[in-house]
Design a protein around this ligand. Structure first.
Ligand code: PXG
Length: 463
């Protein structure tokens, strides 16, 4: 006998109607979505999504950069089910804890670079970055340098949607709403060679972009700077991969001025680049790491802040009570799912597979898309990639109406069974780490076809 469905089934139109009437979606123009009708995804397996219309869609974005072990993992469902029966919730306030949170803290200390032996849990990446804002300022306070409050971030970075997360982020559209950023958060240029490099080589430009940090520190006064935050590779900003010269220079500047270096690993963490963490790919040593998303492969909401020993020792030995915490800090079900997810990543050697096998294969196929007349650059690392759509290839000239080509291309992808995101006119992908070679071929072939359709539309409509 077929089990009763968990949620009663409805026709697509009925879901769309209810959705339009009651559900405010994230990052959405509510009115235009209501007019268009939402796509309703009902199930997923491996790298494929299925919607209420019976369409099968290759998920080139691993959900939202998170479903690293792929969909349909029964082990993760079992872990949640068993933990919910054993202890569905308890907090870590008031001198309590529970085995899943303690065990996950131990595992993360072992898995992350050697300077990290302590972790603070949150429910999301945004909350984790909020925690770092508070913790880094608290660190300087305890050290008697309370004037150090300023956190330097970058334009077009994404660090979340809470007030502190959106302030750290450098998204102009977000800052345009609600009085952001909050005081003492400032932004410098992003290391986006394709847009800003002009006639410099990537290496020359990387050094120049890194030196913007030193200039900003000098402008504000080094005695006022608490920290610098950056994603190893900017994800939501359009998969912006810094030139090789950028990171060593950033590390040197942070050490020179003694400021804390924060790596937001929410997108890069847990194998995306072919290393466990993006800082290992680029070879730098942060004092904080923000983790979320693939920590549970998105099966449960969970975020974490890794705190380096030099910071943790000050907070522990001299800090007294740190007045900060969330109801769901170290949620037992999320932690149990994270532990099982980490075991899958290890047992199936998924991170090494990205570095040695499927990553190089995807990058080779992806690079072939640069031959398309619409593509000004194809770039990528491991299982993350971007295409720059341009009006004129030899001169790297963007379209005048920026964002239109990307939107057209994204819509063609959806209609042709592929999720490929558009950020302005940059097309981006980050598929599950379990993607096969055949599925990479399917992804690249569909992408080529949709680039053709986009070129046709732009040609017809005038670029
Ligand atoms: N840092 C980074 C680098 C992120 O990518 C966050 C922090 C915030 O995490 P939470 O769990 O609070 O969402 C993110 C989230 C997009 C998109 O359009 C990306 C994110 C979220 C929403 C949309 O690519 N990343």
């Amino acid at each position: 006998m077929k089990a009763e469905p968990l949620i009663a089934e409805r026709a697509t139109g009925e879901w769309q109607d209810l959705d339009a009437r009651h559900y405010l979606h994230p990052f959405t123009d509510f009115k235009s979505l209501a007019a268009e009708g939402t796509r309703v995804i009902t199930r997923a397996d491996g790298v494929y999504l299925y919607d209420t219309e019976g369409n099968k869609i290759l998920d080139g974005m691993a959900g939202l950069w998170c479903v690293n072990v792929g969909y349909g993992r029964k082990e993760l469902a079992d872990a949640a089910f068993r933990q919910m029966q054993e202890l569905p919730y308890y907090n870590s306030f008031f001198k309590s804890a529970h085995p899943p949170a303690i065990e996950l803290a131990r595992r993360l200390a072992a898995l992350t670079p050697p300077q990290f032996n302590h972790v603070f849990f949150s429910g999301s990446g945004s909350e984790a970055n909020d925690t770092i804002v508070r913790m880094s300022r608290r660190y300087w306070d305890v050290r008697g340098e309370g004037e150090r409050k300023v956190i330097i971030a970058r334009h077009n970075a994404y660090h979340g949607s809470t007030v502190a997360g959106a302030s750290l982020g450098g998204m102009a559209a977000m800052h345009g709403q609600g009085g952001l950023p909050i005081p003492d958060i400032v932004h410098i240029e992003q290391p986006y060679w394709f847009e800003n490099g002009i006639d410099l080589s990537p290496d020359e430009y990387g050094l120049m972009a890194a030196r913007r940090l030193a200039e900003k520190i000098e402008e504000i006064g080094p005695q006022r700077i608490a920290a610098f935050i950056a994603e190893p590779i900017q994800g939501a900003g359009g998969v912006i991969i810094p030139p090789d010269t950028y990171r060593p220079e950033i590390q040197r500047i942070c050490r020179h001025y003694g400021i804390l270096l924060i790596a937001d690993e929410v997108v890069c963490g847990f194998g995306r680049t072919g290393r466990w963490f993006g800082c290992e790919h680029f070879g730098f040593e942060p004092d904080f790491m923000t983790l979320a998303k693939a920590i549970t492969s998105g099966y449960q909401p969970l975020g974490a802040v890794m705190v380096a020993d030099r910071v943790a020792e000050v907070l522990i030995e001299q800090g007294g009570e740190f007045h900060h915490g969330y109801t769901y800090s170290g949620h037992p079900v999320a932690c149990a799912v994270a532990l099982t997810n980490l075991r899958i990543l290890e047992d199936e050697d998924l991170v090494d597979r990205v570095r040695k096998e499927i990553g190089p294969y995807m990058q080779k196929r992806w690079a072939g898309l640069a031959d398309h007349p619409l593509v000004g650059e194809a770039r990528g690392v491991g299982l993350i990639g971007a295409l720059e759509l341009v009006a004129h290839k030899p001169s790297r000239t963007f379209f005048r109406d920026r964002g239109r080509a990307g939107t057209i291309c994204r819509d063609h992808c959806f209609s042709n069974g592929l999720v490929m995101r558009a950020v302005r006119d940059t097309m981006i992908i980050a598929p599950p780490l379990v993607i096969s070679r055949e599925q990479v071929d399917e992804l690249v072939e569909k992408a080529w076809k949709c680039l053709d359709l986009t070129a046709r539309d732009l040609g017809a409509g005038g670029a």
